[in-house]
Design a binder for this molecule. Structure first.
Ligand SMILES: [Zn+2]
Length: 86
């Protein structure tokens, strides 16, 4: 499964970066993005997650850190679950 990381800020919300083939590549990606953000010096405060391994929602195909297993056996993401599809 591919790896991603998430950058969160008040201005842009949560942004997923990826996919990366390995956890190490994702970690290097975090390093790169944080250095670029620092160089921009735009005053935006960003939070970086650790690399996370993606699972794919069976309904929408979105890559997410974890899936919700429904009573009917479907494994879906939080937004799909919130829509009450299963
Ligand atoms: Zn979904």
């Amino acid at each position: 499964m591919p790896w991603y990381f998430t950058v969160t800020s008040d201005e842009f919300g949560a942004e997923d970066f990826g996919p990366y083939e390995t956890k190490e590549e994702a970690a290097a990606g975090i390093e790169r993005v944080s250095q670029q953000a620092f160089a921009m010096n735009d005053g935006i405060e960003r939070d970086y997650t650790m690399p996370w391994e993606a699972d794919y929602c069976m309904d929408c195909g979105r890559a997410v850190p974890s899936l919700i297993i429904c009573p009917d056996g479907a494994e879906i993401c939080q937004p799909c679950f919130d829509e009450g599809k299963h």
